[in-house]
Design a protein around this ligand. Structure first.
Ligand SMILES: Cc1cc2nc3c(=O)[nH]c(=O)nc-3n(C[C@H](O)[C@H](O)[C@H](O)COP(=O)(O)OP(=O)(O)OC[C@H]3O[C@@H](n4cnc5c(N)ncnc54)[C@H](O)[C@@H]3O)c2cc1C
Length: 361
């Protein structure tokens, strides 16, 4: 037993968003790793510097440079394997995408006629024209996944605790400071961690030792309501250039998320009240069932909270890379933009492979 402990490599995962927690979870499958997760923000916090709580978070495929479609799908679908606790509560059987008539000839259509993922998501089919709302040319329905982030992030924490991973608060002013944050390490240069996982999301833009200039925010704004939509909806476009319209029904009493926007380069952390009004108006138009089909729709919405989050986007796509910073071995896993949940397992698997290679090959 003592011998096995001595052989363990000490790893510090920086960040407790979905990327850090998932990476720590996959690392914890290897008994040769002793893991500490250290972060400024933890599940339960709501902060503009912490993207994960604000996500929808559904699975509606987007391409991430450097990550294959298969990884992306496989990644999120893993949370719903039969037999896991998450198997039932994140399944969304009634998802619909609608293409507006005015978006049909768009040079960059949001929804392809025959998307590459149509054979991967169960029940994918075209909605008959007679069932489409006014102003909609085509629509598709399918089964997908929607994560209730308010319970999913603590769920990941519970899996980590069951695997003897230690979690703690820490704020690092240089990435290599984390080398002294392992729970068995005393602050002595000869006793530092063997590996750091950098899962700091957008903060990698300014974190000394990383300072990645390719990172930028894509601001998202949402409204969480108590009303039930009985399904997910996503519209091809709106009349405001950087605004969208989507509805995500959260499992287990999580409410319904109404979105949203994709404001590239905006750091604004406060709620834009006028935009919130437009988000709610569009949601009621898209799904009148939210308010029981009543005419004065938006007034029928029962708001739990307004949300603003910054998607950690990166020119060139997600960074999953190994490097040595000032003599400390680091594997990066950040820059997942608006797909951090749906590619969480796929990206974490790539990161863990890099850890294995760096520590054992
Ligand atoms: C409105 C909105 C809607 C979204 N919808 C979806 C969706 O439908 N599907 C989907 O897959 N994704 C969605 N996303 C994207 C998803 O939320 C992100 O890609 C994901 O949360 C990024 O997670 P992360 O762990 O990399 O970063 P974060 O969640 O930001 O976590 C970063 C962590 O690093 C820590 N940290 C940073 N700097 C330091 C430091 N110096 N010292 C110590 N700790 C530090 C922070 O405290 C935090 O714990 C959405 C995002 C938003 C904002």
């Amino acid at each position: 037993m003592q011998k096995q402990k001595q052989k363990q490599k000490r790893i510090v995962v920086i960040g407790a968003g979905v990327s850090g927690l998932t990476t720590a979870l996959l690392l914890s499958k290897n008994p040769r790793y002793s893991i500490t997760v250290a972060a400024k923000h933890m599940p339960g916090d709501y902060d503009i510097e912490y993207a994960s709580p604000w996500a929808g978070a559904d699975y509606l495929p987007w391409t991430l440079t450097g990550i294959s479609f298969a990884d992306e799908y496989y990644g999120m679908n893993r949370t719903s394997e039969p037999g896991t606790d998450a198997a039932e509560w994140d399944r969304s059987p009634a998802c619909k995408t609608y293409t507006r008539t005015k978006d049909v000839d768009s040079p960059t259509p949001k929804f392809a006629k025959d998307p590459w993922w149509k054979d991967m998501l169960p029940d994918y089919k075209e909605i008959p024209t007679s069932h489409l709302p006014p102003g909609i040319s085509t629509g598709h329905s399918f089964t997908s996944l929607t994560i209730n982030t308010a319970i999913y992030l603590p769920y990941l924490v519970s899996l980590l605790l069951a695997s003897s991973v230690i979690l703690k608060r820490a704020v690092f002013t240089h990435i290599t400071d984390a080398a002294f944050a392992h729970h068995t390490t005393s602050p002595s240069p000869s006793n530092q961690a063997d590996m750091l996982l950098n899962c700091t999301g957008l903060s990698s833009l300014t974190l000394p030792g990383v300072s990645d200039p390719h990172l930028y925010p894509i601001r998202g704004q949402t409204v969480l309501v108590r009303n039930a939509s009985h399904g997910n909806f996503s519209l091809s476009g709106t009349d405001e250039s950087d605004e969208g319209a989507y509805i995500m029904a959260r499992a287990a009493g999580g409410g319904t998320v109404l979105g949203g926007c994709t404001q590239v380069g905006s750091w604004a952390g406060e709620v834009d009240v006028e935009m919130a009004g437009r988000i709610m108006g569009r949601a009621v138009g898209l799904c009148p069932e939210l308010v029981g089909g009543k005419e004065d729709g938006v007034k029928g919405l029962d708001v739990i909270r307004h949300g603003v989050g910054l998607r950690p986007a990166r020119k060139g796509g997600v960074r999953i890379e190994s490097e040595v910073v000032d003599g400390v071995q680091v594997v990066h896993n950040y820059g997942h933009a608006g797909a951090g949940y749906q590619c969480s397992f796929g990206c974490a698997e790539v990161a863990v492979k890099l850890v294995d290679e760096a520590l054992w090959d």
